[in-house]
Design a protein around this ligand. Structure first.
Ligand SMILES: Nc1nc2c(ncn2[C@@H]2O[C@H](COP(=O)(O)OP(=O)(O)OP(=O)(O)O)[C@@H](O)[C@H]2O)c(=O)[nH]1
Length: 313
């Protein structure tokens, strides 16, 4: 075998293409088309890699571009060798193409798990649907949470029996009004309303009737006040009315009207309903504690003087 190689009988005879034009055309056109394609594919791959730097298989695409480029070069040289004899250069190009092909094949197989893990467009569409559904559910849950939060806020600030502001909120509002009135030197008055002998109603007619009377009186207080006045339930049968921009005289007049209306309530009970009211107005240097204390003291005096009356501090 070695002797046959050395004596020259195994050496190829060259590309004479049998001296036929049709074969020449066939080979040439095939090589030209392949060369054009092999030149444009690496350009497309490099363009893609530059635009999609986020893809983690970009090193494979670069190697693949080099592999295609070398294949193109081999085809180009084989065209030249139809007329010339650059067989060494062609052999060299084929050799490097072979090496780069092997590297590409190895890298391709190594990347196979990564490529297989890329989800198909069908799976992506399915996941997208799932995400959209989750988003809808989250939005719905969020709406319910917001609704609950509003309800909780109302519960935290509203007295459930009467629907008035509860003690926490009315004190907070009073503190705010006090601050504003003090700063801008405005008038502010306060009524402390307490139902007289309320215990008797509970004792005689039961707690449920007591609740009913409480809510009727609460409604009456609200009806008698202006929109800008603030009515709250301060304790069991005790109410606080904040009267912004109201002087003592106007507050006493309102208190008398309220007392009269409550006294005139006809609930069909044998016990007459009445209330006592302590009135006070803001004076310089007042704090929420001194203001409430004065209203409370006035209320105490009203009770002391026989109830169903208004006392101003
Ligand atoms: N039905 C009902 N009763 C309540 C509520 N909160 C407090 N009370 C009752 O209100 C009554 C208050 O009684 P007292 O503090 O003795 O006062 P009073 O009977 O109104 O007498 P004076 O205030 O002195 O005129 C008690 O019997 C409490 O149980 C409530 O939410 N519903």
């Amino acid at each position: 075998m070695l002797e046959r190689l050395l004596d020259g009988s195994l050496m190829p005879h060259g590309h004479c293409l049998l001296w036929r034009e049709d074969l020449l055309f066939l080979h040439l056109s095939g090589d030209i088309l392949t060369f054009v394609a092999y030149a444009s594919i690496p350009a497309a791959l490099i363009y893609m890699v530059r635009k999609r730097a986020d893809l983690h298989i970009n090193s494979f695409f670069i190697l693949f571009a080099a592999f295609i480029a070398f294949c193109g070069i081999t085809h180009a040289i084989s065209m030249l060798n139809i007329w010339y004899g650059y067989y060494f250069i062609e052999g060299l190009a084929k050799f490097f193409t072979g090496i780069i092909s092997i590297l590409t094949a190895i890298m391709f197989w190594r990347l196979m798990p990564t490529i297989m893990a890329i989800p198909s467009s069908k799976i992506l569409a399915q996941r997208n649907d799932e995400l959209l559904q989750m988003q809808r559910q989250l939005r719905q849950a969020n709406n319910e949470l917001e609704k609950n939060a509003v309800e909780l806020r109302n519960l935290a600030s509203t007295d459930t029996l009467t629907g008035l502001h509860n003690r926490r909120l009315i004190l907070k509002l009073l503190s705010k009004d006090l601050e504003i009135s003090t700063r801008y030197n405005r008038e502010l008055s306060l009524l402390m309303v307490d139902i007289d002998h309320f215990k008797n109603i509970n004792d005689k007619y039961g707690h449920q009737m007591g609740d009913h009377v409480l809510s009727l009186i609460a409604k009456k207080l609200e009806d008698e006040c202006r929109q800008t006045d603030l009515v709250g339930r301060y304790g069991g049968e005790e109410f606080l009315i904040i009267l912004p921009e109201t002087n003592q005289q106007a507050a006493i007049e309102l208190a008398e009207r309220v007392r009269n209306e409550v006294n005139g309530l006809d609930i069909g009970l044998s016990i007459a309903i009445s209330c006592s009211i302590g009135v006070t107005s803001l004076i310089k240097g007042d704090s929420i504690t001194t203001l409430i204390k004065r209203a409370d003291d006035a209320l105490y005096q009203a009770k002391d003087q026989g109830r169903n009356r208004v006392v101003s501090a």
